[in-house]
Ligand binder design. Structure first.
Ligand code: F6P
Length: 342
């Protein structure tokens, strides 16, 4: 049996650990051969592959990024896209099944292709941790670690200058990275898309921290909007690929905080640093287990399912369970964190 692996959508630490886990389990327990599609669905559509022998995955679980490259190519577009053409390409290359490692968009495409008869299993991936039907996604723990370290650093310079520091972290739809890094670093306010609050409320938290002699620390997810500012993202338009431009909420908040509190305020956007570099041990283990389980799913012919983490177990769920609903931060998690604000 020959399996093709692809990594698609935004990258995150742990992708290489999934690839290694899959290849080692496949070779050691199932006598499977592997190839990798280059740049996500682009490699599937173009039939652009590399061999993935055991030597190719040696030592890669600690490497950031993906050795296969990634893209946001839609497999239904272009002259060679769509299920029939892709099936013909896979047949020509002798590939029996595909392991698709990706987020919502990747899995939605995988579901459509599976419905059309292709043999695909999925591995959930998003640094934002917003995919439903899995407790955690790999890459999230690493992003939280990186953000926490950065916020700790912002705290010391903020304290030296008696400034308010605003750290903008990733999370266009959900605030998991902000919630966890903010709690870990002891932020005085955590602002997330799920919970719009007013500028006056933010200023109150900042003032409370200042009045206790602290340098106020605000962590904001990029998708946050206040209740009393026009949604900033709508003004930023689309990028050349038709995706909303994100980022910048920190810079918008800083002068508003200054105006309301009189505290000098600086904003820092952490950006793609959160997605780069070495994965944490937790992410390496999770990613490795998911990769291994995905191969078991292929061998069992569980097409249209993805491997997912439930508690400490890796289980299988249908693509449809993961799609359609974002896993947002529950109210009770936010309320719990908010006890520590100010
Ligand atoms: O979905 C993951 C994510 O990192 C988001 O947090 C962020 O908004 C987006 O991807 C950035 O995408 P890109 O790498 O295309 O700029």
């Amino acid at each position: 049996m020959k399996i093709g692996i692809l990594t698609s959508g935004g990258d995150c630490p742990g992708l290489n650990a999934v690839i290694r886990g899959a290849v080692l389990n496949g070779i050691k327990t199932h006598d499977v051969e592997f190839v990798g599609f280059l740049d996500g669905w682009r490699g599937v559509v173009d039939g652009d592959i590399i061999d993935l022998p055991r030597t190719r995955v040696r030592g890669i679980s600690k490497q950031g990024g993906t050795i296969l490259g990634t893209s946001r190519t839609n497999p239904f577009e272009g002259p060679n896209g769509g299920p029939e053409k892709i099936k013909a390409t896979l047949d020509r290359l002798g590939i029996d099944a595909v392991i698709a490692i990706g987020g919502e968009g990747t899995l939605a495409a995988a579901q459509r292709l599976t419905d059309a008869g292709l043999h695909i299993v999925g591995v959930p991936k998003t640094v934002d941790n917003d995919l439903d039907a899995t407790d955690f996604t790999f890459g999230f723990d690493t992003a939280v670690q990186i953000a926490t370290e950065a916020i700790d650093r912002l705290r010391t310079t903020g304290e030296s200058h008696h400034r308010c520091m605003v750290a903008e972290v990733m999370g266009r739809h959900v605030g998991w990275i902000a919630l966890h890094s903010g709690m870990a670093a002891g932020a005085h306010a955590i602002l997330i898309p799920e919970k719009p609050v007013s500028l006056d409320q933010i200023a109150q938290w900042v003032n409370e921290a200042r009045d206790r002699g602290r340098a106020p620390l605000v962590v904001v997810a990029e998708g946050f909007v206040t209740t009393d500012m026009e949604a900033p993202h709508s003004e930023r338009g689309l990028d050349a690929f038709g995706r909303p431009r994100l980022g910048g909420i920190g810079e918008l908040l800083a002068p508003e905080i200054e105006a309301r509190t009189g505290i000098e305020t600086r904003a820092t956007v952490l950006g793609h640093i959160q997605r780069g570099g070495v994965p944490t041990a937790f992410d390496r283990v999770l990613a490795t287990r998911l990769g291994m389980a995905a191969v078991d799913s292929v061998v069992e012919g569980l097409w249209g399912t993805m491997v997912s983490l439930h508690g400490t177990d890796i289980v299988r769920v249908g693509f449809e369970k993961a799609l359609g609903n974002l896993k947002t931060v529950p109210e009770r998690r936010y309320e719990e964190a908010a006890i520590l604000f100010g």
